[in-house]
Structures are given as C-alpha cells and as structure tokens.
Ligand binder design. Sequence first.
Ligand code: PLP
Length: 373
Amino acid sequence: MSTPENPETVLPHIRPEIAVLPPYKQGTQASAEAFKLSSNENPFDPLPGVLDAILAQTAVNRYPDATAGRLRAALAERFGVHIDAVHIGAGSVSIISQLMLAVAAPGDEVVFAWRSFEAYPGLALVAGATPVQIPLTEDARHDLPAMAAAITERTRAVIVCSPNNPTGPVVTQAEFDAFLAQVPPTVLVILDEAYIEFVTQQDAVDGARMLAAGAPANLVVLRTFSKAYGLAGLRVGYAIGHPRVLDAARSTGIPLSVTAQAEAGALASLEAEGELLERVGDLARRRDALAAALREQGWRVPDAQGNFVWLGTGAETMAAAETFMADGLVVRPFDGEGIRISVGEHMSVEKVLRTARGIVGNLPEGHAARALP
Ligand SMILES: *Cc1c(COP(=O)(O)O)cnc(C)c1O
C-alpha cells in the first residue's frame, strides 16, 4: 500500500501554490484543567433560548433553506438594509473565501495588513491570487495610507480588519473614510468586523452603519456569530453589502452550507440582545482590566478592542508560550512575533497575570514587548 512517506508514490497533480500551503493548524487543544485562550472563543454558555432553538430543528433528513431567509430578514431589519444586501455563510471565513473566488484570479492581488487574521493569505492563494501584505505600524495598527498606496491595477480586493486580530487596535471611522475615498470603486473593500461587538472606542469604524446610510458598492462588511454571540461551533457569519456583489459570493459558495440548526441558533441569539450586551460588557471590562494590569507589570500592550490582548514577545515568543502552557494556559503564539491571549473565564485572567509577571521580568532590558520607561 502507498503511504505518505513512500517517495515512489505517484500523486495526482496538485496546483503548486496549493501543494506548498501548510495544512490547517488548529489552536492547541486544551487539557481538561487548562484554560483555552487560543481561539478567541467566548467563555460563556450559549445565550438563553439558543439550545432549545437548535434542538427544535429536528428535520435533519431535509436540506436547510439555501438562503437562510429568516436570518437574513432579521439582520436586514436590524441593520436597516434590504434583505438582498445580507448574505449568510457557514462562518464569516467562508464568506471571505467566496469573495476571494468571486473577485481574484491568478495574476491578481489582494492587499491586507500584516500581521492580521491568519486566514487571509491562504484564502487569497487558494483563489490563485497573490497576497500583498502591508506591515502594521509600530503601535500594531493598520497603515491605511500604505495600504492605499499598495493598490495597483492588479488589485482586486483589500481587506481591513477592525479590531485587528491578533493585535487589537481598531481603525477609526475617519481613517476608514479617508482610505475608502482613495480606493478605486472597482476594487472590493472587505471590512472584517468579527469583534465589533466588543469595541468600546467611540470613534471606531462601523461598517454596518455606513451601509445603512448608503456606502459605495465596493464595500462589504463581515460579521460573525462565533465571537461575541458564542456560537463558534455552529459556524454562522454574515456579510452586508451591495446585493450584486453578494450575489457573486453566493455563486462561488457551496450551496446549503448553513444548517437549519445554525440559522435557528443565530436567530435565537439575536433575540437575547439584553443578555448579549451584558456578557459583551463583562468581557470588555475584563479585557480592559487585563490590559491595564499587564501594562502595570511592564508590558507594552497595544490598544485592545477585541476579546484578546497582544504581547509582542518577538524572539522570546515560543519560550514565553511554553511558560504559559506549563501553567495551564493555552495561548496563541505567532513564532518570532508575539502571543495573543483571549479574554476567557474570570479565573483565567488572574492566572494569566501571574504567569505574565514572571515572563516580563525575564525579558531583556529594552525588549520591544516592554513598555517604554
Ligand atoms: C474569528 C474571526 C472570523 C470569523 O470566523 P468564523 O467563525 O468563520 O465566523 C473572521 N475574521 C476574523 C478576523 C476572526 O478573528
């Protein structure tokens, strides 16, 4: 039998740009006692009514509604847009994939900040396009003027992530307005707002509000039920944008990917707005307290507006991540760059602080992760 290791095995032709991609690597699975702070998941149980709504969808022998019409209608009403200006996907990552396939082909370019969401480069490459990564500023924010300057006649899409995963800062509304004015109307602008519910900064960009007020047709806003709503396991996210642009995404997507259970869970979550806001408020306060305490320990923590904080541990990243792991804290290291820590259970925050104090104390003088004296 042929095995993966056997060099004589003849494999079918695989697109060379795909063959070199690393297989998807999930955040380390946490042991039962450890706190899993590596995937920006919500530590709370599902909102009231959500599990009942999911369990009520018993006709699993039937395909779901291909357009998730009830959820689209609810979101359209909430955001004051036409129902065709809403598109549901099996997670907003799948909508990014659909949009990439719809706009970008070999030879085309997709511009985004780096470091930003890990999925962006792979999704652009799978579409055949070339990722163009624009370094973040010194304070871990998008460099929007540099991103605008990187747009060429081959650019088909620009992705802006606010708040930025994994570093935390938002793009302000004024910054985004100025940026959008510089992007040609033929270039798709994807504004990824996966963490917008956690944002407390008053002047942050709000793409849904822009679209309700009548934004240019090249703007698509992405949101998800995975983070604030705590439905990461159900796989449901949405886009708001021009119906014709979303039609293109609907055309490249795999039909019937959003299950009836996911749609029902999302609808029930929308109805539990009061509890949602309470939990999101809790997590945002917990995040602010965590960031403040880390800064007090001597860490330089970028503005944290999602449900996570960023430590720019640089060359010390893997060693620092191991120290967290050894203390039962599963964090997300990006080798050579830094560590992202999700805001999790109340108890996890204290533990993070205890471990972080020891790590910062051992960083060399003048290390970039340390606050400037
Ligand atoms: C988590 C996340 C998403 C959404 O993921 P789904 O679970 O696929 O909805 C999208 N963008 C960013 C930046 C994220 O961190």
